[in-house]
Ligand binder design. Structure first.
Ligand SMILES: *Cc1c(COP(=O)(O)O)cnc(C)c1O
Length: 381
């Protein structure tokens, strides 16, 4: 049997090319809209860049390989990927969605798809008995984040997949927080993986990107059709940026996770900091399950402080850490979910899940951990 290379090697060779014409080792950026044909009935395999583009195709093949799926498709943003994917479903269909999740995904279901009668029911996927109770014959898919954004709840993916199977529902996992370096949902039973490639995959806060990976050839054909028909494709230059980001994914994740574990442990002991949500902390309710399905805790930490006055003080005082939405880059960011990433979730739902005015979220980067802790220490005051 052919030995499979380890993921570090596969990643560091992302987009490594051996162009026979020039010897270029970086995949060229094929900045072209269309492709000429020598004769009627002859083609290089490329027709038009919405349908397929050589730079994008190198990225898509790489992502399919990393997630152990049949085929991957790259979109212009994470939301474009999720929007396109949802056109798989029909009016009257229902999707069970993690109740604690990226605010933009919630907004998409509530504001865009609900009027089209594609309905989302928001459930706590860390409680599969509750999920089972919400199952009915209209449920066509589960849409899961694990860990969730921002409260880091964990779903047992193998058990969720078994439950979905009994109802012929697809399992879709948003794997943005973990990346395929740390967690591969498809071998655990998922049918489809989505990513905001804006985050760790590209890794430098310099491009937007989205990804859909399909487990089977049948699903891949449907998603490929949708990608070409709806058209929110990733541009050649942005595809190249994601390829370049992937080369360092393993080292970035290792360093960010190591930093995050140190920062999370420090926060638990810091006066003025209340609950800390991080899957790497002992006592985290999902830690045992998370460890069975992921190789690391990730690098996102949420924590509570006394209230909005303390939040304001911290946000205004941080210097090394930038106050900005987003996550997954080499630079650390601090986010206030209630007014940024989760602002469009209705107040009743935010209260129910715990996205309240005392909650902050950190995306820990690859800086010196001492500098990050010193910055938080002076900001918390
Ligand atoms: C950012 C994010 C998205 C949306 O992706 P964009 O690239 O910003 O469109 C979706 N899911 C998660 C978990 C995210 O963090």
């Amino acid at each position: 049997m052919k030995r499979r290379k380890s993921i570090e090697t596969i990643l560091s060779h992302a987009g490594l090319c051996s162009d026979p014409a020039t010897g270029a080792i970086s995949t060229p950026i094929y900045q072209t809209a269309t492709f000429g044909h020598p004769r009627l009935g002859e083609s290089t395999g490329f027709d038009y860049s919405r349908t397929s583009n050589p730079t994008r195709l190198v990225l898509e093949r790489m992502l399919a390989d990393l997630e152990q799926g049949n085929r991957a498709y790259a979109f212009s943003s994470g939301m474009a990927a999720i929007t396109s994917l949802m056109t798989l479903f029909k009016p009257g269909d229902k999707v069970l969605v993690s109740d604690d999740l990226y605010g933009g995904t919630y907004r998409l279901f509530e504001k865009t798809f609900k009027p089209w009668n594609l309905n989302a029911e928001f459930v706590d996927f860390s409680d599969l008995a509750a999920v089972e109770q919400s199952l009915d014959r209209n449920v066509k898919a589960f849409f899961i984040e694990t860990p969730t954004n921002p409260l880091m709840k964990i779903t047992d993916l193998k058990k969720a997949a078994k439950l979905a199977c009994t109802h012929d529902a697809l399992v879709i996992v948003d794997n943005t927080f973990m990346t395929p370096y740390c967690q591969r949902p498809i071998p655990l039973g998922a049918d489809i993986v989505v990513h905001s490639g804006t985050k760790y995959l590209s890794g430098h806060n310099d491009t937007l990107a989205g990804v859909v990976v399909a487990k089977t050839a049948g699903l891949a054909a449907k998603i490929g059709f949708i990608q070409n028909a709806t058209g929110a494709v990733l541009a050649p230059f942005d595809s190249w940026l994601v390829l370049r980001g992937l080369k360092t994914l393993a080292v970035r994740m290792d360093r960010s996770q190591e930093n995050a574990a140190t920062v999370a442990a420090w926060l638990t002991k810091r006066k003025g900091v209340r609950t800390v949500y991080f899957p790497g902390l002992s006592g985290h309710p999902g830690q045992r399950i998370h460890k069975t399905q992921s190789s690391g805790p990730g690098a996102i930490i949420s924590f509570r402080v006394a209230g909005p006055a303390v939040v304001k003080k911290i946000i205004n005082r941080v210097k090394t850490i930038t106050f900005a939405e987003s996550l997954g880059g080499v630079e650390s960011l601090i986010t206030y979910p209630i007014s940024q990433t989760h602002a469009d979730i209705c107040a009743a739902m935010r209260d129910r899940i715990g996205v309240t005015d005392d909650l902050l979220r950190l995306s820990i980067g690859i800086e010196s951990c001492d500098d990050l802790i010193a910055d938080l220490d002076q900001a918390i005051g």
